[in-house]
Design a protein around this ligand. Structure first.
Ligand SMILES: C[S@@+](CC[C@H](N)C(=O)[O-])C[C@H]1O[C@@H](n2cnc3c(N)ncnc32)[C@H](O)[C@@H]1O
Length: 345
């Protein structure tokens, strides 16, 4: 039932800069309700009031028959007001993600992009993957049509001019509700993006990518994928603390780092076949490495982070993650993997 939810987004594009960006999770039953609202061309307004005593109340303003329908369906309104971390996070992902040697080449190899292909770099950020794919196509004499999509305009604004000009489109969009037609792409890639989507929503990303791929198309994911639950907890807690100290509220709440063994299930549940891990390296996490890029050079924050990491990394996993405590800098390694699967013909 949860898999049948839909995620709707509004006001993330430039022309709505004066409005509040909104993500609406719509349950299976509520989709029927919204179909009534939209189908009838009617408006519905959810009003949230906080009075001078700080007491909260909310009202649904709509036509009487819609109010009646919402009551008959026993609908609830659930909301989240939260500060958007990706509107302020401006880091060099290649340093943080430990991109080494020919890693981007391996990612592009896994996509198997033929001449004339249509490709989507999803959750593209400032477009490092797109830049690599475009260069490679140019070197091979291939002509490709590359779409770049990310939920945050602030990140898309960081795309270098030459990449933006070479792209077929640069689009604000949510990976859970892609703004592309069915069967549009030969390959879709997400590098270090899946973990930005809450655990409960990750299946929606796989469903959406499946929808926009052509039969035979490839879906390639590069992601930190801890091996065990203990590694997953220790790494997630460390990242949450770092993100809290950096002031990225939504990122603290949303992130979920999927374990390697969970990945085939996510692909297969959406209908993909031939799921394969094509590459494994190590993600090097260093607390000191975040000092200037994310903690604003504040040594007190670094001390807090280090104290937290010492407390939250169980002795039992320290050897397997190559945990090193050098005072100012605590480092550990977690598997970084590339997976690929195919939408059956
Ligand atoms: C860690 S960055 C990776 C960027 C790029 N793929 C790279 O590796 O250089 C994650 C990106 O995901 C984007 N993002 C977060 N949630 C998203 C969502 N629900 N849909 C689309 N993009 C999202 C963020 O704005 C950010 O640019």
């Amino acid at each position: 039932m949860r898999q049948a939810r839909k995620m709707l987004s509004a006001n993330f594009a430039e022309e709505h800069a004066d409005k509040i960006p909104t993500l609406l999770s719509v349950s299976e039953q509520a989709q029927k309700f919204l179909a009534e609202v939209g189908g009838a061309g009617k408006k519905m307004r959810v009003v949230i009031e906080v009075d001078d005593q700080g007491v909260l109340s909310s009202t649904l303003e709509a036509d009487p028959e819609l109010l009646e329908l919402s009551q008959a369906m026993k609908l609830q309104f659930r909301g989240e007001l939260i500060a958007d971390g990706y509107n302020i996070r401006k880091v060099d992902f290649s340093k943080i993600h430990g991109v080494a040697g020919n890693d981007l080449g391996k990612l592009a190899d896994a996509m198997e992009i033929p001449d004339g292909a249509r490709v989507l770099d999803l959750m593209c950020g400032y477009g490092a993957v797109s830049a690599h794919i475009l260069n490679r196509a140019a070197n091979e004499g291939h002509s490709i049509e590359l779409s770049m999509c990310d939920l945050h305009k602030v990140q898309l604004d960081r795309i270098p001019d030459e990449v933006r000009e070479a792209a077929a489109d640069v689009t604000v969009g949510d990976a859970r509700n892609l703004p592309y037609e069915d069967a549009s792409f030969d390959a879709v890639v997400i590098k270090m993006g899946l973990h930005e989507v809450p655990h409960i929503d990750q299946p929606l990303v796989f469903q959406q990518v499946f929808r926009v791929l052509k039969p035979g198309g490839r879906f390639v994911i590069w992601e930190v994928m801890p091996d065990t639950g203990e590694q997953q907890d220790a790494f997630t807690e460390q990242m949450q603390k770092k993100n809290e100290l950096a002031g990225y509220e939504s990122i603290v709440v949303d992130r979920y780092f999927t374990r390697g063994e969970q990945m085939p299930w996510l692909y297969e549940e959406a209908g993909f076949a031939g799921v394969k891990q094509v590459f494994e390296a190590n993600f090097h996490q260093s607390t000191l490495g975040r000092l200037d890029s994310e903690l604003g050079g504040d040594h007190h924050k670094l001390d807090d982070l280090n104290a937290f990491v010492r407390r939250c990394t169980p002795d039992a996993i320290r050897t397997e993650v190559d945990y090193k405590d050098e005072g100012d800098s605590i480092s550990m390694k977690v598997p970084n993997r590339i997976f690929r699967a195919i939408k059956p013909e």
